[in-house]
Write a protein that binds this ligand. Structure first.
Ligand code: GLN
Length: 340
């Protein structure tokens, strides 16, 4: 089911499904926030995946979806891009439901690594990936998906992510092919995981799931709904479909909070205070628990591989609206229940 209406560049739009007129305050604030950062052209698009180097660096879209089913968007919120590492949060959620929490902890840890997302480093004591948000962890998660679903694993992932977004998501064949042909570092990680017993099974088939999941196409609006589904304890706020179980959502949000922004995760938790996941396609999904999903898209990245405008936009959102998880005045809840 499609739950959204389109938004043109530089304009703000709301969903034609459930729009609240009392949300106009937020809407205006979003327009201003977007305008504040539109001129920021710092950073560079990812080019280590050749196809990603060809994307337009300029789009900037922002979308907020509420747990009550309302949507606010501004700018290029309907421009498609590849989800990349944002998918890791969702495949973790799917896999933990499949094998359970205890078995998962034996396979993939929950400690921030402090290293780059593509670092070839494993936990010194357990020899397992530090967490599911870095490539090594996500490839181990893809191995679990392969064990559980075999050749149907990617279709299952696409289906669940589509349910979380509330519409059938697309797939970028060119980015997939590009990563398949050049992803030697990820292939090395896969073989090392196999060598140290962290994964079992055919490395190529496992990496194929991983490369495919990274090539799923989303928009900032999709990310907002996908965040809102997590915020709404696994149920899509508009379709009413229970996409993920409560326990898996809790575990996923916890790992997003501590590990979702690679080696910027500590600063992000400190400054922004919202469980989030970024991807080198320029997307960031954020979750204000029980309240909001936030999606942002801007392809220019900083040195850690996080969207430059995305970080700036989230910092402003968190401070302007009191959305930090530990905001003592708890303006976030007040804002959502009274303004939206
Ligand atoms: N597909 C990308 C990779 O494996 C995902 C990385 C990312 O988004 N940080 O390199």
């Amino acid at each position: 089911m499609d739950v959204l209406a389109g938004a043109g560049r530089g304009t703000a739009a709301t969903s034609d499904v459930p729009v609240a007129t009392e949300g106009l305050g937020l809407h205006q604030a979003l327009i201003e926030l977007h305008a504040r950062h539109l001129g920021n052209r710092r950073g560079a698009v990812a080019d280590y995946i050749p196809q990603l180097a060809t994307v337009d660096p300029d789009p900037f879209g922002l979308a907020i979806a509420t747990a009550t089913g309302k949507l606010h968007t501004v700018g290029d919120a309907e421009v498609p891009f590849t989800i990349q590492s944002v998918s890791k949060a969702y495949t973790y959620c799917i896999a933990i439901e499949m094998i359970g929490r205890e078995a998962m902890l034996q396979r993939v840890g929950v400690e921030p690594s402090g290293d780059a997302f593509n670092a070839i480093v494993f936990h010194p004591r357990t020899n397992r990936p530090f967490n599911p948000m870095v490539n090594a962890g996500a490839i181990a998660i893809a191995a679990i998906l392969y064990e559980q679903a075999g050749d149907a694993a990617f279709e299952l992932v696409l289906d669940r992510l589509s349910q979380a977004a509330g519409r059938r998501l697309g797939f970028d064949e060119a980015v997939y092919r590009s990563e398949l042909e050049t992803g030697h570092r990820n292939r090395a990680i896969g073989h090392l995981l196999r060598n140290c017993g962290a994964i079992d099974g055919p490395v190529d088939a496992i990496l194929d799931i991983y490369f495919r999941q990274c090539s799923i196409q989303v928009t900032a609006t999709d990310l907002a709904w996908m965040g809102a589904t997590l915020a709404h304890v696994g149920e899509h706020p508009v379709t009413g479909r229970q996409v993920f179980g409560l326990a898996a959502v809790r575990d996923t949000l916890a790992v997003m909070f501590t590990c979702g922004m690679y080696d910027y995760s500590g600063s992000w938790a400190f400054d922004v205070g919202i469980p989030a996941k970024s991807g080198v396609g320029g997307g960031i999904v954020g979750v204000v628990n029980r309240q909001l999903g936030i999606g942002c898209f801007s392809p220019r990245l900083d040195a850690q591989g996080n969207s430059v405008r995305g970080i700036a936009a989230f910092e402003d959102l968190a401070s302007d609206f009191g959305l930090h998880a530990f905001e003592c005045t708890n303006q976030g809840s007040l804002f959502v229940t009274t303004v939206l």
